[in-house]
Ligand binder design. Structure first.
Ligand SMILES: [Zn+2]
Length: 302
């Protein structure tokens, strides 16, 4: 009896400690074309600020995310979220009276650090949906990269402003930044009059979406599975807001949207796109609900 018990215990140990169960999970295979969401920081905000009709007693998360795109051998970022120097930049360019309302919470995990840790090769380019502080906060961490922006955004970049709807001198004012002006072609795409097919294969297509800033851009990305994602920057803060057709709480919109009618028409365009193609997945830069559902770097969406 004792021997049987002894054998059983050993058998159990062998199963539990077998290489199959002890081995680390195999790394997820990299996509040919796919993306990963890099959450650099977040902040809890009143739901009513992000969602028209939302509650002002309930808090939800607003993310500050960068999006890492893999297109075959090239990796690039769409937006940067918060970078290594965000604390100094915030002190320099967020006036004291705005700080209680527009902030970010620790820990900040800059995209540069997350990429370095994962062994992602140096980036040759970063593209900005627009130049606001919570999107351009990391560009100084990528000095070797060209920073792609719409030509229409250069006017904002040449005349930096402070505060919550600002493009900050502390982030975009440095002469060493290699700006790369994106040249949109008169090539209609999904109802947009102009577009830029970045690799010439239809997988990454940029479109102008002026309003929130003059040079705001959106990016359509078709991943390995054939699923199309549309990165819309700050045209709306949440997908739910697009669905109800009102991008932002009015007071917030007045602060951060450069041009109200243009922003509204960019939003109407989004609504018609969603009606035409219900499978299209919209990705606002700050929408934590959508991003939580998809998962975060090092997880790849493909
Ligand atoms: Zn913005």
């Amino acid at each position: 009896m004792r021997t049987i018990l002894f054998l059983l215990v050993h058998l159990l140990m062998a199963v539990l400690l077998s290489p199959a169960s002890a081995a680390p999970k195999p790394a997820q295979q990299l996509p040919e074309i796919g993306f990963a969401i890099i959450k650099t920081s977040r902040v809890a905000v009143m739901e009513g600020l992000l969602l028209p009709g939302g509650s002002f007693s309930k808090q939800i998360d607003s993310n500050f995310s960068a999006f890492l795109i893999k297109h075959r051998d090239e990796y690039f970022l769409f937006d940067t979220g918060m970078g290594r120097q965000i604390d100094q930049q915030y002190r320099a360019d967020m006036p004291l009276w705005w700080r209680p309302f527009f902030k970010y919470e620790a820990p900040v995990l800059p995209a540069r650090e997350q990429l370095d840790r994962a062994g992602i090769p140096p980036l040759r380019r970063v593209i900005l949906s627009h130049s606001h502080w919570d999107h351009a906060g990391g560009i100084l961490d990528f000095q070797e990269a060209k920073i792609g922006v719409a030509t229409a955004e250069m006017d904002v970049i040449r005349h930096p402003t402070r505060g919550p709807g600002g493009s900050w001198a502390s982030q975009i004012g440095r002469a060493s930044i290699q700006w790369d002006l994106l040249k949109f072609q008169p090539q209609p795409y999904r109802g947009y009059a102009q577009s830029l097919d970045l690799f010439g294969d239809g997988t990454v297509v940029l479109v102008p979406m002026p309003g929130h800033t003059p040079g705001s851009i959106g990016m359509f990305l078709t991943v390995d599975s054939g699923q199309v994602y549309f990165f819309i920057g700050d045209v709306a803060w949440t997908v739910d807001a697009v669905k109800v057709g009102a991008p932002k709480f009015w007071a917030a919109a007045a602060l951060v949207d450069g041009h109200a009618e243009q922003t509204q028409s960019s939003l109407e365009h989004l609504r018609s796109l969603m009606r035409q193609d219900p499978a299209l997945v919209l990705l606002p830069a700050h929408d934590s609900a959508v991003q939580d559902r998809l998962g975060y770097f090092p997880l790849w969406i493909k």
